[in-house]
Design a protein around this ligand. Structure first.
Ligand code: ADP
Length: 474
């Protein structure tokens, strides 16, 4: 099973484990390093003691021109205190002075004390009583030999053991303090990350349950979380906008369908009841209303096709200018009623042959121009003109510059007009669409791998459409 833990618990645990690991590693290596160095130092010190003792014995022999028992005893007793048990024999192997004979009790208690101390601190200590014999040489002549017994290979005296114990204790205390500190710091860091996250979660839950908005901005104190929070804010804003658009759409759809249907219903009922005569004009009027409903449904259907990415293109060589002329003809009545004109200009320099056979989907591209002209008729207003310029660039891309000199689109609305269901305040124009036209325009242009740009001021709205030349579809 995949268990989930709180982020705070995870962070504190990670910090503690990491800190514990680092502290443990440092303690072990420091401890091991110090002890090892100390061992070497103790062994070196022992060798020095042996060397000094031998030198002192030779010096006493030479100074006294023979064995000086007082000096030897003095050196022997001093050596016991330093952990060395000496036995001096002359060349005939006759003992001159032996620490064991002098004070066997002191030697034994020294050895057993040291062993006990060492075993107390190091249960694996493998020291043994060891003896080494050295010749005593003066003027290149061996005059005696000294056997030195000691606990080898090394041992620590009480001060040295005390020093090592203190170091160990310091390491343990420092380790515990560092561990507590790292848990505390881990807690602080975890809190600084999780607290703003909790705030975001609380606010998101509020949106879910109470439908509240993220009105209170939070300062999270960390770049990534702030970015996450800001993205959440934008997401929430978009969800709210979409929600608003959806509500508006439902209302408008109902209105758009109800008006023509009521008209048709009224005319038909009046004709059935014999109030109205059945005339061609009335039948044509009903037909027109039904066609309005149909075109509305087709528009919604086209959007659904485009949004579900089911828009497929059939590229054929197309006469671009004739598409625009066609629309001109079809919209002639509405254009005349508005006293609007369409001026089509084809730049002289361009490849006319290509313009008359441009690879694209003519039906879809026609839809683009129908929607743009329809918008100009609806929004640009009476006595305006529509100027369309066709150009073909050196890379054979088609550039259509479409502009009218109507009321334009407010700057604040420009970034949104291609969004589905987005409408600029209808009170400006008195016209109400569904906010689908430009969404479809953009989808069709992008399906052709092209781009659409918009510029608007008052007066005037300009769309620049660029369609790249792609002939592998043909
Ligand atoms: P609709 O289907 O409602 O016409 P569109 O997506 O075609 O929606 O257009 C979105 C909005 O852009 C409209 O509400 C309209 O206010 C604005 N608009 C589009 N074209 C023009 C234009 N030529 N002049 C002024 N406003 C326009």
């Amino acid at each position: 099973m995949n268990r989930s833990y709180k982020l705070q618990t995870k962070l504190i645990l990670s910090f503690t484990i990491l800190a514990g690991f680092i502290i443990g590693l440092i303690s072990i290596s420091v401890n091991f390093g110090i002890e090892n160095e100390f061992k070497n130092y103790v062994i070196e010190k022992h060798n020095e003691k042996v060397y000094t003792l031998i030198n002192n014995l030779i010096y006493s022999y030479e100074a006294s021109e023979g064995f000086n028992l007082n000096d030897i005893e003095h050196l022997g007793v001093e050596s016991i205190e330093q952990g060395l048990i000496i036995d001096i024999k002359n060349n005939e192997h006759v003992s001159i002075w032996s620490a064991l004979e002098h004070n066997a009790g002191l030697c034994e208690s020294m050895i057993s004390n040291v062993s006990e101390n060492m075993f107390d601190h190091y249960s694996d200590w493998n020291g043994n009583y060891t003896e080494e014999t050295f010749p005593l040489i003066s003027d290149n002549t061996t005059f005696a030999e000294v056997t030195i017994g000691y606990l080898g290979p090394y041992y620590f005296n009480e001060q040295e053991l005390f020093f090592l114990t203190v170091i160990n204790k310091i390491l343990i205390v420092v380790g515990i303090i560092a561990l507590i500190l790292s848990i505390f710091i881990g807690f602080l860091i975890a809190r600084s990350i999780t607290k703003p996250m909790h705030n975001i979660i609380t606010q998101l839950n509020q949106i879910q349950t109470d439908k509240k908005t993220l009105s209170v901005p939070i300062q999270t104190g960390s770049v990534e979380i702030q970015l996450l929070y800001n993205s959440t804010l934008s997401l929430e804003k978009r969800i709210m906008e979409q929600e608003q658009l959806r509500k508006q759409l439902t209302q408008d759809m109902a209105h758009e369908l109800k008006t023509p249907l009521s008209a048709v219903q009224g005319i038909l009922e009046a004709m059935i009841d014999g109030i109205f005569e059945i005339t061609d004009t009335r039948l044509i009027s009903c037909h027109e209303e039904i066609m309005r409903i149909k075109s509305l449904i087709i528009e919604v259907e086209s959007l659904s096709i485009a949004e579900n990415n089911n828009l497929s293109l059939s590229y054929i060589p197309t006469d671009i200018a004739s598409i625009i002329d066609d629309i001109h003809l079809h919209q002639a009545n509405r254009l005349n009623a508005n006293n609007q004109k369409i001026n089509l200009r084809v730049l002289n320099s361009i490849n006319k042959e290509l313009l008359a056979n441009y690879p694209c989907d003519p039906t879809k591209l026609k839809q683009v121009f129908i929607n743009l002209v329809d918008n100009s008729i609806k929004y640009a207003g009476k006595d305006t003109s529509i100027n369309i310029t066709l150009d073909i660039k050196s890379d054979k891309s088609l550039v259509v510059n479409y502009s009218d000199n109507g009321m334009g689109i407010p700057t604040k609305d420009i970034p949104y007009v291609f969004e589905r269901f987005y409408r600029v305040d209808s009170s400006r124009t008195g016209h109400n669409g569904l906010g689908i036209g430009l969404t479809l325009v953009k989808s069709i242009v992008e399906k052709h791998q092209g781009t659409i740009q918009i510029e608007s001021s008052n007066p005037g709205t300009t769309f620049v459409i660029t369609i790249p030349y792609i002939n592998n579809h043909l």
